[in-house]
Design a protein around this ligand. Structure first.
Ligand code: AMP
Ligand code: ZN
Length: 142
């Protein structure tokens, strides 16, 4: 994926404000920050979604998220953190290279929670939806 912008940032072919790095992951500040310290964390190896993310990439990626969560709170005196993944065009994913967003939150910052992202409650009952999911998951109601 030579044209992928996050692959290029991962390979240091284009600049970014790096705030964390290890052999497999890179954390850098979002170029259009929605909050002070808005950080993007990527696996250096290209994949598009959580579904494509190899198992061996999971631990380093979430370890980096945990480390940056703590560092951002300390460095910027944040009161909380919104941690998110936009997956797929319908969910607003603009860069098709898997990434986590860490958005430091501050009391009274005017933002909302993940509950405000979508308003599309199902017409079916929760039990009907659960049955559909369990069928694909291959599990029975415990
Ligand atoms: P999304 O794919 O919608 O989850 O978000 C992609 C994010 O990447 C956006 O918030 C962009 O502002 C950010 N972004 C795009 N290009 C760059 C870049 N060159 N450096 C840093 N952040 C970027
Ligand atoms: Zn990529």
């Amino acid at each position: 994926m030579s044209e992928c912008i996050f692959c290029k940032i991962g390979k240091k072919e284009i600049p970014a404000e790096v705030v964390g790095e290890d052999a497999r992951t890179l954390a850098f500040l979002d170029i259009h920050p929605k909050a002070p310290g808005h950080t993007v964390i990527i696996p250096k190896a290209h994949c598009e979604t959580l579904i494509d993310l190899p198992e061996e990439e999971m631990r380093p990626l979430f370890a980096m998220a945990k480390r940056l969560d703590e560092i951002l709170v300390r460095a910027l005196r944040a009161d909380g953190m919104t941690i998110g993944i936009n997956q797929g065009k319908a969910a607003g994913q603009a860069v098709p290279h898997f990434h986590l967003h860490l958005m430091p939150r501050f009391a009274g910052d005017g933002g909302s929670s993940v509950h405000g992202i979508v308003l599309n409650p199902p017409r079916e009952t929760i039990a009907e939806i659960a049955a559909q999911i369990r069928k694909v998951a291959g599990i029975n109601q415990p």
